[in-house]
Every structure is written in structure tokens, then in C-alpha cells.
Design a protein around this ligand. Structure first.
Ligand SMILES: Nc1nc2c(c(=O)[nH]1)N[C@H]1C(S)=C(S)[C@@H](COP(=O)(O)OP(=O)(O)OC[C@H]3O[C@@H](n4cnc5c(=O)[nH]c(N)nc54)[C@H](O)[C@@H]3O)O[C@H]1N2
Ligand SMILES: Nc1nc2c(c(=O)[nH]1)N[C@H]1C(S)=C(S)[C@@H](COP(=O)(O)OP(=O)(O)OC[C@H]3O[C@@H](n4cnc5c(=O)[nH]c(N)nc54)[C@H](O)[C@@H]3O)O[C@H]1N2
Ligand SMILES: [Mo]
Length: 736
């Protein structure tokens, strides 16, 4: 039996080292790979990954559609036939309509530094161009806020630094289930054992709250910035702010103070004011604010989810302001409380200056150069581009708007009429908002090509469907989220299954068929050597053999430590050189009611005060599940049984609806209807229901989705700063 060092290769904040046991060319078991670092414990998704590799429903051969698009009827064809057809169609569509007619809706299903969606971006750029999205679906609210407030994306501290804290607030963050750096859980456990106070602010009593917190504060979704404003009110009222910090390191606090005290609009943002909006008792807000301001250092760990809402940018800007008010930025045990993301190991001195990090995410995930996109060169900025923060052009479409762009086209004000969609490692039909509209959009296209490992709900809509390898069938390199300070090598464990191929190899052949040279001039091993060297890994062979490489980094890393220690020498990478509580770039954008230049609570659509709430009275949140990576694993029975898919509903809401635990119910609004069992639980605040994202769409003939795919209910809208709003929707729930 061979033991092969590897790492989970799907889109999780973990990246856990694994030992894959292979006998006779087959994986027989997967275990944790002991890399001498106690925090690296994988979960069931990695440990039972062979259930996914050997699933009988793996996509095995290239397929061509035979029925209506979306019916899921295919016939097997050869690789040659399939690639000839794809090459011909791309060429035909570009020649007839121009390159912007080709939409690349690939996503993050694969997350190696080599094998991932940069492969398609490079391919489409090199062969003529493509329509690209802007915004993102994970953390665009935080992304925007981070660049506005701090001037940089990498604003997270090393997780080891949690142990320097005296109080930790998990605010809309649930790392027991939504993994953010494998080691986060280990450090939180250490923190708890050390007696560090941990509290959770979340509409749900999560596994994180149950495991680590001494206090759970249930809050209405989308109202966090009101809670933050009221905490600021208490801090100011009692004079607990760190005025020296505010004077030296920030700009615009006076404007925020005027908002909080009511000098600006006549409304003091008192705990009583916030109670009416958030549902959090005024007394609780008062106590937490006092405790947070008087316990130093204190950390707010933000999640992405509250930012994935109608005014999601405000949440990240507001928590950052609390951290600045209490002087917790840039000190051990503190936090920037904004985005909280550090994805790529970088020498710290580079981080302080790197332009790339202040200008989007290019290169953050991948080491394959993607080149430039002929579509978009020299075009004017998009109406939602914010000068100095977001630089996308009119040719780009927000992820929440892609279906509308396909359906409405130029006549609807979009840059192009999209005729073809090319998707690699993406399940957008069910992962992006408003699935029923997605179905309509897919049906309108002339050609759809998809690479995947399974016939997912999206893959069903392909004209040509190409079978891809899993990370067990190829080699790669990964860096975890959250400043893990290590690289992990995924050694290929088995030969590719059936006729599956690596996406990179598929594009290499397609580029050749289209007469384009230079797409890929390296072998996989040459690429990986190049990537390792780029990241300062000197002994590639030792790295490959052991599977693990500890990178050199000062420990623990604290974002902006230099700026705080030596403000004359080190400026924040914002135009003012300071933390921008007031952001002139946002003020210049000039949509103050939607996107104020200081962090304010701004009610979005489909909140509790929306007129629609009389018809659809429940707020819906759509969280990440521990048993899945988004939509991945859903089709594997073992995982499905781990925790039945259900809608969480409080007894207060269930009772008048005559809903009992495990009753089959329907959740619906104007956009669609899904059916699934109810989980009646007081682990969720009344007035709110929660459904895990990622369940596979399975509509019956009336359009009722029996799969319980939550994006049937979400709205195709984005926030002005670009936030993807999958946590903002109103629904009704009824017993079936
Ligand atoms: N197991 C697992 N881990 C993952 C992933 C996965 O699919 N599975 N996905 C990875 C990826 S790509 C991402 S982007 C991250 C996502 O990470 P997050 O976006 O942080 O994860 P979520 O589970 O959506 O939400 C975290 C918590 O926020 C709460 N919440 C929702 N809305 C609000 C709100 O308005 N206010 C407050 N205070 N809380 C709110 C939810 O109840 C939930 O407990 O996770 C990563 N880790
Ligand atoms: N309602 C709601 N919607 C959400 C979210 C939410 O919180 N709520 N979260 C959003 C977030 S944060 C994210 S990141 C997205 C994730 O959205 P996606 O990236 O679309 O989701 P995944 O299910 O991770 O992966 C998509 C597909 O990639 C395939 N795949 C995996 N590896 C490979 C490979 O090597 N090659 C190829 N060709 N295919 C591969 C998988 O089989 C899967 O079908 O979902 C977003 N959607
Ligand atoms: Mo994500």
C-alpha cells in the first residue's frame, strides 16, 4: 500500500493535509496527514473524499446533448468530436457577434494554484476574449469595505494571535462549520481553555456558539451595522473611545460621531433605537459595548455572510470602525475587523506596499498568468465602478445580474448580447441568485459548454459536457486561507478515472485546434516547480515528497502592526494614509443614500420593514454547510445522511403555521417555491429562517423545486459596493 501526501482541493477555507492510502491503483482510505502541526485536522469532506471520486454518477465521457436543453439527455461522443464542436462554436459565435458574446461563468469548484478556473480565463483571453463578471459571490461587501477603509485586501491576523486577545467576538462567523483556516478551530479551543471570553452574534445558535461561546446574541439579518452604531454610541457616551488612536490613525471620525450622536440627522443611535431594528435587547448592546471597549486587546472576527446582504458593505465598515475606536487595529490580540482575510503567503514587507492587493484579486488565487482580455480594453468604467476602489468596465456583468444580462442583452442596457456560455468548475445555475431566472437564461443561449465531474443541475443545461478529473487524479499546490504560513503539495494519487481529463489539458488541446500557440508550454511538473519557486519554496523535491512546507514568516502576523508602531514611516495604503472612517472615494461616488461615505445602518430591500413583509414575513439566510462545499458532495448519499437538508424555523413561527419538526413544508416568494423538511428549533431567532446553500435543484412539472435549492428564492440584485445579496430575501413558509 502506498501512502500519498495530498490536500483537499475544493473551495474551502481549510486546505487540510491528507494521507491518501492507495492499493492496486485504488484509494482505500484517507487519513489526516500528520505534519507536526497540531491544528491541521481535516473533516469528513476530506477524509471520505474517495466516496466522491468513486461515485457511480461520475461524469465519465464527453457527452453531447440530445434532448431539449436542460432535460439532461446526452449521448456519448469522442474527445475529438467534442473539442472540434467546441472550437467551431466559439469561433462561429465570436465571428458572428464579437467576443463579448461569450460569457465565462466558471467558478471556484477547484482551488489549486494550478488546476482551477484561471485556466479558462487564460484560454478565452488568448483566443479572442470574453465577457467577465465583477463583484464575486463570497466577500465582495468585505472586499469593498476593506479597500475603502484600509486600502488593502489582506487585513487578517494570523490565527495564533487569537491567544493574545482578551475577548473574541465571532460576528456572523461560524468557523466550526464554515471553515476559515483549518487552524482557526484549534486556536479558538485554546482560547476557550485559556479563559478568553468568546461571544457570538448570529441569527443562529451555531456549532461555534455551542462549542466556544459564553454568550449568544441573536440578531436580525442585515442589521449588524445598526448594532455597531449603537455600540459606538455607548462607547462615546461613556467616553471609552481611544481618542489618541482616532486622532493619529484615522480620518473622518467626527462625521461618524455626528451620525451616532444624532447631530447629523436628529436621530441618536442609542441601544433603544438599535433594539427596534436588530431585535437585540438594548441592555445587551450596552453590556457588550462596555465590555468590548474596556477589555483590551479585543478581537472582532467578522464573517463574510453579514456582508452578503443588501447593504453588506456597511457591516464591514462598521465593525472596522468599532475596532479603530477601541484602538484594536494593528496590535497583537486585536483585529482590523474588516474582511479578515489573508489568502496568500506573502513576505510581510511586500504586503505593506503591494499594488496588486489594493486593486482587486488578480493573482490572489492562481499562479497561471491569465493575460489581458481583449473585451474591455480601453472601455469606460462601469456605472458601479468606484474610482480608487473598484475598476471594472461597462463590459462586465455583476454575478447577481448575469441571468438578466443574458435575457435582456443590449436592449436592456447591457454591453453585449450574450450567445454562449462556457463554464468550468462552476454550478452557477444553483449557486448564483435567482435559479428560475437562470433556467430561462440558459434556454436563450445558442451554445453552452461545461466541464464538470458530475451531471450537476447546471451541467444538465450543457450542449457539450466534458468530464474533468478530481484533485486525487492530478498534482497541485495549495495555500490555505488565513495566513497559514505553509504550502501543501497535492500529489496525484490515482490515474484519471474513465476518460476524465484535467481542464488545463482540455484547453491546451482546444487552443491548438483553434490555431493558438503558447497556451501551455509546460508539463504539470514544470508548472508546479515554477509555482513553488515563485513562492520562495527552495527545495521542490523535498516539498513534493513530504507534502508540506513551512514558509518563512514572522509569527504571528498582525496586519498593520508597522503602521501603528511607526505612523510617520508607514502609512495605510489609502489616499489619506490613514484608516478611512470617512472615505472620500465613496463620497465622490455620490450615492449617499445607498452607499454613505461613513458606515451607517442603511435598510436594504426585503428586510422586516419592506412592504413585501406582509406577504412574505420571514427573512431568509442561506448559510454554508459543514457537510458540503457549496454544491459539492450533495449527490453523495453518505454526506446527505450526515445532516438532513431542512429549513430552520423557530417554534414561534412554526406554531401558528401548524408546522412540526420534520414536517414537509414549502418556502416561497414571487421568485419561486421549494419543498423540504422543517427543522423546528429555537437555535434560530424568530422571524428568520435558514436554509443551507448548495442543495441540487430538482423541479417538478409545476416548477416546485423538490431539491430545496435555496437560490430559487434569492434575488438577482447586488449592493452598490458590489455585495452579493444571498442573505437578503423575504419568504413565506407553509406546511404542505
Ligand atoms: N464546510 C464548509 N466550509 C466552507 C465553505 C463550505 O461550503 N463548506 N465555503 C467556503 C467559502 S467559499 C466561503 S466564501 C466561506 C463562507 O463563510 P461565511 O460567509 O462566513 O459563512 P456562512 O455559513 O454563510 O455564514 C456564517 C454565519 O453568519 C450567519 N449570518 C448570516 N447572515 C447574517 C447576518 O446578517 N448577521 C449576522 N450577524 N450573522 C449572519 C450565519 O447564520 C452563519 O452562522 O466559507 C468557506 N468554508
Ligand atoms: N444562496 C447562497 N448562494 C451562494 C452562497 C451562499 O452563501 N448562499 N455562497 C456563494 C459562495 S461564497 C461561493 S464561493 C459559491 C460557490 O459556487 P461554485 O463554485 O459554483 O460551487 P461548487 O459547488 O464549489 O463547485 C462548482 C462545481 O465545480 C465542480 N468541480 C470541482 N472540481 C472541479 C475541477 O477540477 N474541474 C471542473 N471542471 N469542475 C470541478 C464541482 O463538481 C461543482 O459542480 O456559491 C455562492 N452561492
Ligand atoms: Mo466563497
Amino acid at each position: 500500500m502506498k501512502v500519498i501526501p495530498s490536500v483537499c482541493g475544493h473551495d474551502c477555507g481549510g486546505a487540510c493535509p491528507l494521507s491518501i492510502y492507495v492499493e492496486g491503483g485504488r484509494i482505500v482510505k484517507i487519513e489526516a496527514h500528520d505534519v507536526g502541526f497540531p491544528a491541521m485536522r481535516p473533516c469528513v469532506r476530506g477524509l471520505l473524499y474517495h466516496y466522491r471520486v468513486y461515485a457511480p454518477d461520475r461524469l465519465k465521457y464527453p457527452m453531447k446533448r440530445v434532448g431539449e436543453r436542460g432535460e439532461g439527455k446526452f449521448t456519448r461522443i469522442s474527445w475529438d468530436e467534442a473539442l472540434d464542436e467546441v472550437a467551431e462554436q466559439i469561433t462561429r459565435i465570436r465571428d458572428t457577434y464579437g467576443p463579448a458574446a461569450v460569457l465565462n461563468l466558471s467558478h471556484s469548484g477547484a482551488e489549486g494554484r494550478l488546476h482551477q478556473a484561471a485556466a479558462i480565463t487564460r484560454f478565452l483571453n488568448m483566443t479572442g476574449g470574453q465577457t467577465k463578471s465583477w463583484g464575486g459571490v463570497s466577500y465582495p461587501g468585505g472586499h469593498f469595505a476593506s479597500l475603502a477603509t484600509y486600502g488593502r485586501l489582506d487585513t487578517g491576523n494570523d490565527r495564533a494571535d487569537l491567544l493574545n486577545s482578551k475577548m473574541i467576538i465571532l460576528w456572523g462567523n461560524n468557523p466550526a462549520e464554515s471553515i476559515f483556516g483549518t487552524e482557526t478551530r484549534w486556536y479558538l479551543m485554546q482560547a476557550k481553555e485559556k479563559g478568553i471570553k468568546i461571544i457570538c452574534i448570529d441569527p443562529r445558535f451555531t456549532e461555534s456558539a455551542a462549542t466556544w461561546a459564553s454568550l449568544w446574541i441573536p440578531i436580525r439579518p442585515g442589521t449588524d451595522s445598526a448594532m455597531a452604531a449603537a455600540m459606538a454610541y455607548v462607547i462615546l457616551e461613556q467616553g471609552l473611545q481611544d481618542q489618541h488612536f482616532l486622532d493619529v490613525y484615522t480620518v473622518g471620525f467626527d462625521k461618524f460621531r455626528d451620525y451616532v450622536t444624532g447631530a447629523e440627522d436628529g436621530i441618536a443611535k442609542t441601544p433603544d433605537w438599535a433594539e427596534g431594528i436588530t431585535g437585540v435587547p438594548a441592555e445587551t448592546i450596552r453590556t457588550v459595548a462596555q465590555e468590548y471597549a474596556t477589555t483590551k486587546p479585543a478581537t472582532i472576527i467578522v464573517g463574510f455572510a453579514p456582508g452578503r446582504s443588501a447593504r453588506g458593505e456597511q457591516y464591514h465598515r462598521a465593525t472596522a470602525t468599532l475596532s479603530a475606536m477601541t484602538g484594536n487595529v494593528g496590535i497583537p490580540g486585536g483585529a482590523t475587523a474588516c474582511l479578515d482575510l489573508t489568502m496568500r503567503p506573502q513576505p510581510v514587507k511586500e504586503l505593506e506596499t503591494k499594488k496588486e492587493f489594493s486593486d482587486g484579486i488578480s493573482g490572489m488565487y492562481s499562479d497561471i498568468p491569465v493575460g489581458t482580455n481583449p473585451v474591455g480594453e480601453g472601455l469606460p468604467p462601469h456605472e458601479y465602478a468606484v474610482k480608487g476602489i473598484r475598476h471594472h468596465t461597462v463590459a462586465q456583468v455583476h454575478y447577481a445580474k448575469v441571468w438578466d444580462a443574458i435575457i435582456s442583452g443590449k436592449a436592456g442596457g447591457y454591453f453585449s448580447d450574450i450567445k454562449m456560455m462556457y463554464i468550468m468548475s462552476g454550478n452557477g445555475l444553483i449557486q448564483f441568485v435567482d435559479t428560475n431566472r437562470a433556467v430561462e437564461a440558459f434556454k436563450k443561449l445558442e451554445f453552452v459548454v461545461i466541464h464538470d465531474q458530475f451531471v450537476t443541475p447546471t451541467a444538465k443545461f450543457a450542449d457539450i459536457l466534458l468530464p474533468a478529473t478530481t484533485w486525487c487524479e492530478r498534482s497541485d499546490i495549495r495555500f490555505p486561507w488565513m495566513f497559514g504560513h505553509y504550502a501543501i503539495y497535492a500529489n496525484q494519487a490515482i490515474e484519471p478515472m474513465y476518460e476524465c481529463r484535467n481542464d488545463l489539458d482540455i484547453f491546451t488541446e482546444l487552443a491548438a485546434k483553434m490555431g493558438v500557440s503558447g497556451y501551455n508550454d509546460r508539463t504539470e511538473d514544470e508548472w508546479l516547480r515554477f509555482i513553488a519557486a515563485k513562492h520562495g519554496i527552495t527545495d521542490y523535491d523535498a516539498f513534493k515528497a513530504s507534502g508540506f512546507y513551512k514558509l518563512e514568516t514572522p509569527e504571528p502576523h498582525v496586519a498593520f502592526q508597522n503602521q501603528i508602531k511607526d505612523p510617520d514611516r508607514y502609512k495605510f495604503p489609502t489616499p489619506s494614509g490613514k484608516i478611512e472612517i470617512f472615505c472620500q472615494r465613496i463620497a465622490d461616488f455620490n450615492r449617499p443614500d445607498e452607499l454613505p461615505a461613513i458606515p451607517k445602518y442603511v435598510a436594504g430591500w426585503e428586510g422586516p420593514t419592506d412592504p413585501k413583509s406582509s406577504q412574505y414575513p420571514l427573512q431568509l439566510i442561506t448559510t454554508h454547510s459543514r457537510k458540503r462545499t457549496h454544491s459539492q458532495f450533495h449527490n453523495i448519499p453518505w454526506y446527505r445522511h450526515l445532516e438532513p437538508h431542512a429549513v430552520w424555523i423557530n417554534p414561534v413561527d412554526a406554531k401558528p403555521r401548524n408546522i412540526k419538526d420534520k414536517n414537509q413544508v414549502k418556502a416561497f416568494n414571487d421568485r419561486g417555491v421549494i419543498s423540504l423538511p422543517a427543522k423546528v428549533t429555537d437555535r434560530i431567532i424568530p422571524g428568520v429562517v435558514s436554509i443551507y446553500q448548495g442543495a441540487w435543484y430538482d423541479p417538478d412539472s409545476s416548477g416546485l423545486d423538490r431539491g430545496g435549492c435555496v437560490n430559487v428564492l434569492t434575488r438577482g440584485e447586488h449592493s452598490p459596493g458590489g455585495a452579493f445579496c444571498s442573505n437578503t430575501a423575504l419568504v413565506q413558509v407553509e406546511k404542505i
